[in-house]
Every structure is written in C-alpha cells, then in structure tokens.
Design a protein around this ligand. Structure first.
Ligand code: NAD
Length: 260
C-alpha cells in the first residue's frame, strides 16, 4: 500500500532557497524546514538570510545562511561549489519597476531582466547540472499572474515573468528523463516588501483585493503549500507546470458583479 502520510515528508532532503531573506522565500524556508528539509537560506542580503536561518533553528529545525547574489556569476558558482546539488532549489528573487513602457530607460530594463530572467537562468542552469548528474531534484522558480494578464506599468516585469515560465518548461522538457522536475509558481497579490508601493496607495490596494475571487490579498505563508507540494514526492508526476496561487485573479473577469 502506498504510504500517503509521507507524501509531503522532506526528511533527509536539502533545499536551497534563494530569496530566503524576505517575503515568499522566507516563508518557504520555514515551510520546507517544518516538513523536514535541511534548508540553506540564501539571499544577497546576508543579514536577512541569517535572520531566517536563525528563526528556523529557533523552531528546532535545520537551517543555515548563505550570502548569494544571483546577478553575480561568480557568487552563484561559489555557491554551487559549496552546496553541490541540493535536492530542492527554490528561486524567488525579482524586482518590478512600475512605469509606462515609453518611459522605461535601458538601465531599468536591464536591471529587471538581469535579476528576474537572467539571474533565475543562472540558478537553474548551475544547480540543474548537478541535479541532472545525480538523476533527481525539484526546481521551483517564481513567475506571477503577470505572465498571463497585465496592466499599465507592468511591461518589463510581465515579460520576464512570462519568459521564466517558458524557460522552465524547456528545462523540464530537457531534464525529465534525468529525473529532475521543474515547475513555476504564479502568485497573485502577496503582502511583502515587493508590493509596498501598492499598499501605500489605498485605491490601488483595494482594487487589487476586489479583483480576486476571494476579495483579499494573500500572506506569504499562503504560498508555502505550493512550494512544499512541488518540492515533495506529492508532486512526483508534476513537471513543466505553472501553478497559480492567485485567489482566483486569473479565473474571473472581476470588473462587474451582475445583479443576478
Ligand atoms: N509579492 C507579490 O505580490 C508577488 C506577486 C506575484 C509574483 N511574485 C513573485 O514572487 C517572488 C517573490 O516575491 P516576494 O514578494 O517574496 O519578494 P521580496 O522582495 O519580499 O523578496 C525578494 C528577496 O530576494 C532577495 N534578492 C534580491 N536580489 C537578489 C539577488 N541578486 N540575489 C539573491 N537574492 C536577491 C531580496 O534581498 C529579498 O530578500 C518574485 O519572483 C515575485 O515576482 C510576488
């Protein structure tokens, strides 16, 4: 009989979470450790990575910190030498410059693409190699509802988030036979430092809440179920997928509730 109770068990597995210092990466680090994984909490902000690792240790789980800048190829290579190939890689970091396309500078374009697309590429390439050699692994990177729907001011961010999905699908297709699964998570609206700009404008914040079917924003811990699922054997037949965790944002039009 299949052991259903251990489907989500991550005991004995190592997980590298890049972006562990804040928001979804921080919550994901907590969640993965709670399910048994030994979590390496990596972030360009070494202090915040350390804080997350200490929180995990204080809870009685296994966590360690690592300073890692995914925009710096040598920093990623050094991390690969240190950790070799973790069982699970979670890549969260991204930035958004919310401006009309006609006003975006080349420098802003490069900054967003460099982190969101190229940085994610560097991580999945450099850690994917070790996983492929070993013949197992789960790679999880972050897209967004902006891979599917846009609004003014989201052009470059949306392009990177759609690009990440296609890049991950290609990697899934390339590594499937070698035992490595590759999936993307698309959050809707999550209260983290990334969305502070929106929270500070009440009309914007409330309009976003009302656009979802659930009528509210999510908190970072509400993304953790998807992370643990995709990291664990519970998703052993899931690869190349885009998992929406968006409170129904993309399912319903949301502009008007008819008087039925
Ligand atoms: N928050 C939302 O509403 C929302 C919505 C849709 C998608 N997402 C996606 O979810 C992911 C996580 O977002 P979040 O809200 O947790 O963001 P966040 O800003 O709270 O955290 C990002 C973390 O990445 C780290 N980081 C930045 N540059 C880095 C680098 N070069 N190397 C290593 N680490 C670096 C930051 O220090 C920070 O700790 C992103 O990909 C984002 O696009 C978020």
């Amino acid at each position: 009989m299949f052991d259903y109770r251990s489907m989500f068990d991550l005991s004995g597995k190592s997980a590298l979470v890049v972006g562990a210092g804040s928001g979804i990466g921080r919550a994901g680090s907590h969640g993965l450790s709670a399910f048994g994984a030994e979590v390496i909490c990596a972030d360009v902000n070494a202090e915040n990575a350390q804080r997350t690792a200490q929180e995990i240790e204080a809870e009685g789980y296994k966590g360690q910190a690592l300073e890692l800048d995914m925009c710096d190829p040598s920093s990623v290579r050094a991390a690969v030498e240190l950790i070799e190939s973790p069982d699970v890689l979670v890549a969260t970091p991204s930035i958004n410059v919310r401006k009309p396309l006609l006003e975006i500078t080349d420098e802003e374009f490069d900054r967003v693409v460099e982190l969101n697309l190229k940085g994610t590429f560097r991580l999945i390439r450099d850690f994917g190699r070790g996983m492929a050699e070993r013949g197992s692994g789960s790679i999880i990177a972050f897209s967004s509802i902006r891979a599917q729907t846009v609004e003014p001011g989201q052009g470059i961010y949306a392009a990177t988030k759609a690009g990440v999905v296609q890049m991950l699908r290609a990697l899934a297709a390339e590594l499937g036979e070698r035992g490595v699964r590759v999936n993307a998570i698309a959050p809707g609206i999550v209260e983290t430092p990334l969305t502070n700009q929106i929270k500070n404008i009440p009309q914007w914040y409330e309009a976003y809440a009302q656009k979802t079917i659930l009528g509210r924003w999510s908190e970072a811990h509400e993304l953790v179920g998807a992370i643990v699922y995709l990291a664990s054997d519970a998703s052993s037949y899931v690869t190349g997928s885009l998992m929406l965790v968006d409170g129904g944002w993309t399912a319903a039009d949301g502009r008007y509730i008819p008087p039925l």
